[in-house]
Design a protein around this ligand. Structure first.
Ligand SMILES: NC(=O)c1ccc[n+]([C@@H]2O[C@H](COP(=O)([O-])OP(=O)(O)OC[C@H]3O[C@@H](n4cnc5c(N)ncnc54)[C@H](OP(=O)(O)O)[C@@H]3O)[C@@H](O)[C@H]2O)c1
Length: 279
């Protein structure tokens, strides 16, 4: 019986956890990416066939560029020929805030029209962004986080919970055709999160408020392209005006339990020890 799972983005925040949780259940896993144990590059379709060989289901972290949906549609054609049975797509709850923009749903549609069984996950912002996403973690580690907002709530979800839902959807038949909206159990501002991390680690983390323009300049100084600053400002705006201030019940529906609280994430994270000031 085929039971191998291909995990795309297998070295990323969610894929790494999906691969680990599958391995804990003794499922054969191919953790794939450009630096993963299974080489896979969205930009090089020659690398796809070997990855899908003998695979039953695929955890899909898409290419994240302007051609993500087209690449995913091409990948789906190959997967269908190779008799893959299921896709579980990592989308985002943010598509709902931008629902006036049809293009936001392009990758979801590519999966829905693929002919392969599908489940779509739409998570809120990840708690792990504070420790694993340089846009936030660099500031946390430096003791000074610059952001264009300190108010506006988001129900940060633990990536371990996203992975647990993904594992269920990848390995059980009952999730086919479902769109699961996933959030943590508590609405929190970025200020709340930084305060909790600061209290738990005993480290002072200064919260610096930047205007949109100052934030873009800050990111450019750090080496990010200007467009990233504009894009992230747009994401933050939806939080600031309250569009994301609601809880979702996907974790409860799939796992039959409450999602992990932010405090558990803070307690279980290995925060780096600050480098002593040499001056
Ligand atoms: N962060 C959040 O709060 C949040 C919230 C909702 C939804 N999301 C969605 O989450 C997705 C990102 O997932 P993630 O956070 O688990 O991953 P991630 O930590 O951003 O890592 C990206 C993964 O994709 C791989 N990758 C990058 N370019 C690739 C390429 N050309 N070909 C093959 N693999 C490539 C990377 O590995 P290599 O570099 O080794 O290739 C890595 O494994 C995005 O679609 C985002 O919209 C994020």
């Amino acid at each position: 019986m085929r039971d191998t799972v291909l995990v795309l983005g297998g070295t990323g925040k969610t894929g790494r956890r999906v691969a680990r949780q599958l391995a804990e259940r003794r499922r054969p896993v191919k953790a794939a990416s450009r630096s993963g144990e299974q080489f896979f590059d969205w930009q090089d379709s020659e690398t796809w066939a070997d990855a899908v060989e003998g695979v039953e289901s695929v955890y899909v972290v898409d290419e994240q560029g302007p051609h993500a949906a087209e690449l995913l549609a091409d990948f789906a054609k190959l997967a269908t020929r190779k008799e893959v049975r299921r896709f579980v797509l990592l989308s985002a709850r943010a598509v709902e805030q931008w629902s006036h923009d049809e293009s936001m749903f392009a990758t979801e549609r590519a999966v829905q029209e693929s002919g392969v069984g599908w489940t779509i996950l739409r998570p809120s912002w990840f708690a792990q962004n504070f420790s694993e996403e340089p846009l936030l973690s660099d500031g946390i580690n430096a003791g000074e986080l610059v952001l264009p907002l300190w108010t506006g709530s988001e129900p940060f979800i633990n990536a371990e919970d996203i992975a647990a839902v993904a594992v269920a959807a990848l390995t059980e038949d009952s999730h086919e055709g479902e769109i699961y909206r996933l959030s943590g159990p508590r609405l929190m501002t970025f200020g709340d999160c930084v305060k909790e991390i600061s209290e738990a680690t005993g480290r002072e983390i200064r919260q610096v408020k930047a205007s949109h323009e100052e934030y873009v300049e800050h990111l450019v100084q750090l080496g990010y392209p200007r467009e990233i600053g504009d894009y992230v400002n747009g994401l933050f705006d939806t939080i600031r005006i309250g569009q994301t201030a609601y809880l979702s019940d996907g974790v409860q529906r799939v796992l039959g339990r409450e999602p992990r609280d932010f405090s558990q994430y803070v307690a279980e994270t290995l925060w780096p020890t600050p480098v002593p000031d040499q001056g």
